[in-house]
Structure formats: structure tokens, C-alpha cells
Design a binder for this molecule. Structure first.
Ligand code: SAH
Length: 360
């Protein structure tokens, strides 16, 4: 009888036995995007039946305001007759569907638009194809494989899905946290080799022993490539996610399964793993590429500046029967105890542009 194919847990354990403990980033990368068993390679994780729900799935208002944001930037850029709109991790395609329904009302926008999507999940690509077919999207295989046109990039809850490494402070320096095996059970451990404090970014120097510093090289790499492209072609990137404004210590790696927290080391590939986004690190990369970075806005402030309250009123007047659910969605997206403050919006743009939604 043929042996059962190894599960992702088996593959990870085999790799640890053969090569020794692996970094958390390697572990996260395998769990999320392993070609056969990765979390994002399997079922649709979004929505009430999935593991988590995102802002565009809560209300059409979210995508619509981002559509307005894109039109406003395109107009400030002088209404180029051809431009790329790239979405990173478009999920079910809901955000872009809502955004473009609104945006193509601006004369010339639809004709100028070249829609690019960057997505790892075949399942979600299929949904994006259905929702966005009228805009003829192109699925980019490389993050920076864009044309020579100006470029507007949108990413909602994308950067949090990129792998992070963790380092733990000790009296001797910093030690990378690794995933190893103890009696055949997966566990966290520390690399014995200390990294000197001087090799760490300023924001975490002087930390107390036991403190954890997380860094996502994948996230800064994406930001670097796109910032360079925007620097060359003109345009902007908007990233919305849960995260913090400045590089600092704090452990945020989390596993979420069916709307609840889970143990990240259990059932690899079956839970969503994510970490809060270090917006400070992303801003540093963009500034280094000579883009202008807006002061980080909370999602609540960003959406209010774009007019979410007025939009909710208009929708409620047009659909009085749905006023209560529209009000509830408004609360979820902007309420300080809900998504309003935990989530932040970062925008880096070519100098001279004034992206809407940010403090003047
Ligand atoms: N933006 C959507 C979905 C957020 S979930 C929304 O707001 O609803 C994260 C998205 O990023 C999914 O579409 C997921 O498949 C995609 N993704 C995660 N890791 C990725 C990677 N390494 N490369 C490309 N896409 C990725």
C-alpha cells in the first residue's frame, strides 16, 4: 500500500531533524505559502465562515473610499492616460470591486486603468477573476514587474501576512528565536549565538532582558521594490494594516483559526499566522527611496477624513431598512475600541502629491 503523503507538520519536523531549528520566518513562510499545504494555498480564509474578516468584507464603504482616494491621486498626477493600479493580496477582490465601481465614474479613469493583482492563492485568484473580470486584471508574478506607467499601489491586510523573525534580548545580547523539536514536539528555543546590541535598530536598543524584537525582511523588501518603482515612475503606495508607528520591542506573532486565537506551533498550515506591521520600518525604506511619507493615520481618522460618515448617511438614507447595519459597520471600521485605532494607514508618494485622508 502506498504511504500517505506527509503533512506539512511532518515536512517541517523532518526539516528540523535534518537541518536543526529553523527561524520563525522560515516556519511562517512554510505555514502560509508552502506550495501544497500552505494556509493561503488552501480554502478561502475570509468571511464569517472562514478564519477572519477584513474591512472590505465588513462594508462596501471601505473599498469605495479607497476608490475615491485613487481617483484623487490620479487627478493630482495630471490624469495620466495610462497608469497601473496594483493591489497586493486582494483577497476575494471585494475591495477593488467596490473601489472601481466608484472610481470609473471619473471621466478617463477607466480608460487609463491597468489593473494588476499580486496574489499567492489560486482559490482567491479565481474569486478575483470573477469579481474583477470587466477590468481585465493581470496577475503579476513579481512584485515589481510593472510597466513604465505611473503606479498606485493598494494593500489592505497584506503586510501582516509576511514572515517575521524574532530576537529575544538577554544579558549577553540578542538571540534569534527558533522553532525546534523537544521530544518530537515542536517548541520555541533560542539560538545560542548572541547578536550584539549595536547590530540592532535604534528603536530597540536598551531593551530589558526578555524583550522581543520582530523584523520582517520580506515586508521591507516589498516596500523597497515598490518605493523604487514609484520613485522612478511616479505614484504612491497605500498600506492599511494592524501595526505600530515606530520600530520597537513587542511580541505580536499570532495564530488565528475560526475567529479565535490558536497556538502558532500547532497544526501548521491550518491557522492564519500574522504579525503586527512595523510601519516605522516601512516608512524608513520609503523615505530612503526619496518618497514623501505622510504622518501615519489611524484607520478611523483616515476613513473619516475621506468622508465615511457622510457616505454612511447617504447609504442609510437611500436604504432606511439597512441603516442599523450600516451604522454598525461604520462603528466596526472606525470605532477606537474596534478597528479604528489598531489599524493604521501608511501612504508614501512621489514628492508634490498630497494624498487625501492624512493630516495636513
Ligand atoms: N486584502 C484582502 C485580503 C487580506 S488577507 C482584504 O482586505 O480582504 C491577505 C491576502 O494576501 C490574501 O489575498 C492572501 O492570499 C494574500 N497573500 C498573503 N501572503 C501572500 C504572499 N506572500 N504573496 C502574495 N499574496 C499573499
Amino acid at each position: 500500500m502506498p504511504e500517505a503523503a506527509p503533512s506539512l507538520a511532518d515536512l517541517i519536523d523532518m526539516q528540523i531533524r535534518a537541518n536543526g531549528p529553523m527561524s520563525i520566518a522560515s516556519y511562517m513562510g512554510l505555514c502560509l505559502t508552502h506550495p501544497r499545504h500552505g494556509y493561503y494555498k488552501q480554502a478561502d480564509p475570509l468571511g464569517t465562515d472562514g478564519d477572519f474578516i477584513t474591512a472590505p468584507e465588513i462594508s462596501q464603504m471601505f473599498g469605495e473610499l479607497i476608490g475615491f482616494f485613487c481617483v484623487n491621486l490620479w487627478q493630482q498626477m495630471g490624469e495620466p492616460r495610462s497608469f497601473t493600479l496594483l493591489e497586493l493580496g486582494p483577497g476575494r477582490g471585494t475591495l477593488m470591486q467596490d473601489a472601481l465601481r466608484v472610481a470609473v465614474r471619473a471621466e478617463g479613469f477607466g480608460d487609463a486603468l491597468h489593473l494588476q493583482l499580486y496574489e499567492t492563492s489560486e482559490q482567491l485568484k479565481a474569486q478575483q477573476a470573477i469579481r474583477l473580470s470587466q477590468y481585465n486584471p493581470y496577475w503579476a508574478t513579481e512584485i515589481d514587474a510593472v510597466s513604465d506607467d505611473p503606479l498606485i499601489v493598494v494593500a489592505n491586510e497584506f503586510f501582516d501576512a509576511l514572515p517575521v523573525r524574532q530576537f529575544v534580548k538577554s544579558a549577553a545580547g540578542w538571540h534569534e528565536r527558533l522553532v525546534g523539536l523537544d521530544d518530537d514536539k515542536r517548541c520555541f528555543g533560542l539560538s545560542p549565538t548572541p547578536i550584539p546590541e549595536s547590530a540592532m535598530p535604534e528603536g530597540v536598543r536598551g531593551a530589558t532582558p526578555g524583550d522581543v524584537y520582530e523584523v520582517s525582511l520580506a515586508a521591507t523588501d516589498v516596500m523597497q521594490r515598490l518605493s523604487k518603482a514609484i520613485g522612478r515612475l511616479g505614484g504612491a503606495i497605500l498600506a492599511i494594516d494592524y501595526g505600530y508607528a515606530r520600530t520597537r520591542t513587542g511580541e505580536t506573532l499570532q495564530a488565528v483559526r475560526r475567529h479565535g486565537f490558536a497556538d502558532p506551533l500547532e497544526a501548521p498550515g491550518e491557522a492564519d499566522l500574522s504579525a503586527h506591521v512595523d510601519f516605522g520600518a516601512l516608512a524608513t525604506v520609503a523615505t530612503g527611496a526619496r518618497l514623501t511619507v505622510q504622518p501615519l493615520a489611524t484607520q478611523g481618522d483616515f476613513l473619516r477624513r475621506l468622508g465615511i460618515i457622510e457616505r454612511a448617511d447617504t447609504l442609510s438614507s437611500a436604504n432606511p431598512g439597512q441603516a442599523a447595519s450600516i451604522g454598525a459597520a461604520l462603528g466596526r471600521l472606525t470605532g477606537p475600541d474596534q478597528m479604528g485605532e489598531l489599524f493604521k494607514a501608511l501612504c508614501a508618494a512621489s514628492p508634490g502629491l498630497a494624498p487625501p485622508g492624512f493630516a495636513p
